[in-house]
Design a protein around this ligand. Structure first.
Ligand code: TYD
Ligand code: MG
Length: 485
């Protein structure tokens, strides 16, 4: 927190106090601060003496709110909701998670929906938020919970049609199309649900707040009101939120602080895979990932998703290598494909999909300089299978092997999996979760794993029938796959 004297601009202090002593300066400025209320951005905390329409720091419109009055006086002691008791005497049964019945959704939530909690499900428009919720909540209703679904974006008839298509018609699933918070509160009173869904928070307007629904103030106030209702009635509340192009949840940041769980749903719109990621979770692991497949009849949990990211080619093909990516805490087998072709112009093309292009440029330079691969005058294409994004450096070695294999036009030995971060000197660095990755590779029938030298899990994995080859640099790794049978 900024202390009171600092609210006064430095220029004002020196102008008022001149060359006076420190004690005099502090006394005068403190007196001023108590009278001066000032304005603060609700998004980023930027402060201004006068009100302005746009925040000077985060450039958001209409986020400046008056502050200062609240800090001026000490509030009087007031009534309490419940007396403080020793922590061991608090009844925790009221906060036991209610499983939704959808295994992947429950896994990400950390067991299920906790009564009294607020969960924010964020994702781009059209990614499948409503589809996921309607089917997860129908199964939740099937478990005995009463669910109230408030739709502000689609009409009730549209949601019913979708629910019918995905097989989510259940008598305990109530539906209402509303865009006013007051009306939603009346529905809550009438239905008394265990689970409330608001699709989406941006379409609800607060009767006491000025401006259009979806604005910063509306979103914050509606979320705050629903949070209070959730806590007092002990109902699990799910809010759907749209994200902007750059991935931020539209509306104020405070929304993320206000809620207990933040889930992001991601995926490439052109593929069927959707990943549900817990970004914040007060009731479970914050790095859990759930896999779903978008079909014609809804969004279905994929318990064993490895088949989605690995092509099933009848014959080994040059330029492909499998790696084990760790998505949150879950190991996923992912295939990297590379193609090296003669350049059609003096500036050879490099195109990537699912992998960072700057990282690929670095790996190509390492292959060129440390191994002597001829790539500078050839076109290089690198892609993942199934639209998955590889963000970890642990996939470097698989990319390097795929590119090398493409440039030799020689397939890697079948069943090869590679894990390791490649440094600029061509060295292979250790990765986190090696044990988990190797266990998954062995479980899925991979035969040979190329791992960084000194991987402690290497010996343990050898028992599973997986041949583990430790390589200290890219040259070693390439030699290992070339000499293999
Ligand atoms: P939707 O759940 O409406 O997205 P959101 O609520 O995140 O905006 O999903 C819309 C997309 O999903 C739309 O492009 C159609 C597709 N879809 C399917 O592929 N299968 C289905 O069973 C359903 C209901 C939708
Ligand atoms: Mg929707």
């Amino acid at each position: 927190m900024t202390s009171a004297p600092r609210n006064v601009p430095a220029s004002a202090v020196s102008a008022a106090a001149g060359p006076a002593t420190n004690a005099a300066t502090t006394g005068k400025s403190a007196g001023r601060a108590a009278r001066n209320t000032g304005y603060k951005c609700s998004e980023c905390g930027w402060q201004a003496v006068k009100w302005v329409g746009r925040c000077g720091e985060c450039q958001q419109w209409g986020t400046l709110l008056e502050v200062g009055a609240a800090t001026a006086a000490m509030p009087a002691a007031g009534p309490v909701t419940a007396a403080a008791v020793p922590i061991g005497e608090i009844d925790a049964s009221a906060a036991t998670a209610l499983p939704t019945g959808n295994p992947e959704f429950d896994r990400v939530l950390g067991g299920g929906l906790v009564p009294g909690s607020v969960t924010l499900l964020a994702g781009e428009p059209g990614i499948g938020k409503s589809t996921l919720l309607i089917s997860a909540l129908a199964s939740c209703a099937g478990n005995g919970a009463t669910v109230l679904y408030i739709t502000g974006e689609e009409s009730a008839a549209q949601v019913r049609m979708r629910a019918e298509r995905v097989g989510a018609l259940h008598p305990a699933l109530y539906l209402a199309a509303e865009s006013d918070l007051g009306a939603v509160l009346s529905h809550i009173d009438a239905v008394a649900p265990d689970v409330l869904v608001v699709d989406s928070i941006q379409t609800l307007s607060h009767p006491l707040v000025d401006g259009a629904a979806g604005g910063v103030n509306h979103v914050r106030e509606v979320a705050a009101a629903l949070t209070r209702v959730a806590k007092t009635r002990g109902l699990a509340c799910l809010l759907v939120g749209h994200v902007t192009k750059d991935g931020a949840i539209a509306g104020p940041r405070v929304l993320e602080h206000l809620v207990d769980v933040v889930l992001h749903i991601e995926g490439d719109r052109h593929t069927r895979l959707r990943l549900l990621r817990a970004v914040k979770n007060r009731f479970g692991a914050a790095d859990e990932v759930g896999c779903f497949e978008m079909g014609d009849d809804g969004m279905w949990a994929v318990a064993d998703p490895h088949g989605l990211f690995v092509s099933r080619l009848p014959e080994p093909v040059a330029g492909t290598c499998v790696t084990v990516a760790l998505e949150g805490r879950r190991p996923l087998l992912v295939e990297v494909q590379a193609l090296v072709a003669a350049a059609a112009s003096s500036v050879p093309r490099r195109a990537t999909q699912g992998v960072d292009s700057a990282r690929i440029a670095m790996l190509l330079a390492v292959l060129e300089r440390r191994v002597g691969a001829r790539l500078a005058d050839r076109e290089v294409y690198v892609s993942t299978v199934g639209g998955v994004r590889l963000t970890e450096p642990a996939s470097d070695l698989a990319v390097a092997l795929a590119v090398a294999s493409a440039s030799w036009q020689q397939p890697l030995p079948p069943g090869t999996v590679a894990v390791g971060e490649v440094g600029l000197a061509g060295e292979i660095r250790n990765v986190v979760g090696a044990q988990k990755r190797l266990a998954e590779a062995a479980r899925l029938g991979m035969r040979r794993a190329i791992v960084p030298a000194g991987t402690s899990a290497a010996t343990a994995a050898a028992d599973t029938g997986l041949v583990v080859v430790q390589a200290s640099d890219v040259r070693d790794a390439l030699a290992a796959v070339r000499t293999a049978d």
